[in-house]
Ligand binder design. Structure first.
Ligand code: FES
Length: 97
C-alpha cells in the first residue's frame, strides 16, 4: 500500500520509471521520494534492524533517503528529480531475516 497519496499536480504529464523491477509512473515535478512513496510504503530498509524508512528531513541533509539506480549510482530520493526511464533499486522489498 502506498505511503503517500497525490493531492496536487494530478494533471501533470506522467513519467515512466522502473522501481525494483516493476514499471511505475510518476508525474513531472516529482522527486524520487514522491514517486517511490506514491507507489509503495518504504524507500529502503535500515542496514541493522531492516526497519522501513521513508526519509526524514526531506531537504537533502540527513542521508536517510538513499536509493540507487541499477547502474549503481546512489541518489538522495528527496532531492533528486524523477526522470523518464530511471531504473531505481531500493531494496525495500528484501526479505527480513
Ligand atoms: S530525507 Fe534527508 S536527505 Fe533525503
Amino acid at each position: 500500500m502506498p505511503l503517500l497519496h497525490r493531492i496536487a499536480r494530478t494533471d501533470h504529464p506522467t513519467i515512466a520509471f522502473v522501481l525494483d523491477g516493476i514499471p511505475r509512473e510518476g508525474r513531472h515535478g516529482d522527486t524520487l521520494l514522491t514517486a517511490i512513496l506514491e507507489a509503495t510504503d518504504a524507500l529502503r530498509r535500515t542496514e541493522f534492524s531492516h526497519a522501513p524508512r521513508a526519509g526524514f528531513c526531506l531537504m537533502g541533509a540527513c542521508q536517510d533517503c538513499w536509493v540507487a539506480l541499477e547502474t549503481g549510482e546512489r541518489l538522495r530520493a528527496c532531492s533528486t528529480p524523477l526522470a523518464p526511464g530511471m531504473r531505481i533499486v531500493t531494496g525495500a522489498r528484501e526479505v527480513i531475516r
